[in-house]
Design a protein around this ligand. Sequence first.
Ligand code: ATP
Ligand code: MG
Ligand code: MG
Length: 409
Amino acid sequence: SYRKGGYHAVRIGDQFAAGRYIAQRKLGWGHFSTVWLAYDTTTSAYVALKIQKSASQFVDAALHEIEILSSIADCASSSNASSNVKFVIQLIDHFKHTGPNGQHLCMVLEFLGDSLLRLIKFSRYKGLPLDRVREICKCILIGLDYLHREHGIIHTDLKPENVLLVSTIDPAKDPVRSETAPILERPEGNINGGVTSLIEKRLKRRARRAVAKISGRKDSMVETGEAPKPDRNIDGVDVRCKIVDFGNACFADKPIAQEIQTRQYRAPEVILEAGYSFSVDMWSFACIAFELATGDMLFTPKVGQGFSEDEDHLALMMELLGKIPRKIATAGAKSKDFFDRHGDLKRIRRLKFWPLNKLLIDRYKFPENDAHEFSEFLLPLLDFAPEKRPTAQQCLQHPWLNCKDSTPT
Ligand code: ATP
Ligand code: MG
Ligand code: MG
């Protein structure tokens, strides 16, 4: 991908924006960009420099992301800004950079730490203590409430790798992170994608060693932040993590794509093409909360003999949540691909119902009380009727967010 139209190759010490930013080390990469830790010589602070690929479709995607992030940043800098803005990544600057592969749009973002995905990996996929889950859920919800109500923005790609922890570690010295960062990345949307090659096995071994090393120095993972200004929602909530990656976000009144969201976090109305709104983010949020608490994705649909990934996904949803009401099942542009006129799946006839409460007790060994309370929190968010799902604002009022963990950790 380091060719014309692709990534811009960066060497440590490279300068950007007429010398204002100096590249320190690579933080990560995605389909659209590489992201570098950079030193901002104007403010003497570390920032994340996202350097987009240069081909025109990537330029357009970056312009879109900048438009969304700027609308958030403009609001943040106004005098009556809500302190809830701190739960969403901030765009600091943007500029063009010309290199051998073309002209790259660059975004300067505040520097953040590891993603929730890495946090889940550090738990060895066993899940985090419920008190941690609660804290993280509050932060995500405050961020979502802010995006939805104050900006009319739907994120559309909420998943653990798009929520980053706020880190207090000195970005300049952190050898463990830089050693492990590229290894622990998962390919977008598919954790099980092509795992068998030898290289992959070797990487996995290295990743395990790195995890062992990191778990011995847990304090490098601290995520506290500046104390936020008190706000109705966030009394006592430190900023622990922030929502990032607005490349797919849209204003609710101008949806851009029909197929949104990463597979496992995708809401049923998106699969059925029945239109969508803010409540798609609430569905993804529930999937994230489950994953944080158990270490497993809530839904991992697969193509099978005689049925598609979409149909398997709908079947998994129904096995957990009960049958989709016929009216909803048959209302989407793609409903006929999956459902007969009675509202039954065409190709997957036998469903094995396994309600969330029972799943948490049987498979994840939750104490009954925890399982019950956590299910009561999640189930309304997983309502098949999008308009019945609580909003982020309503969800923040839920008693589960303020109850005490019954299992000592
Ligand atoms: P995607 O394919 O996910 O859309 P992308 O090219 O749009 O990728 P991002 O997801 O924004 O890129 O960033 C790629 C990676 O860089 C992230 O997964 C994360 O590891 C790292 N990263 C991004 N932004 C920051 C930041 N502000 N601070 C620290 N690391 C970051
Ligand atoms: Mg991303
Ligand atoms: Mg992106």
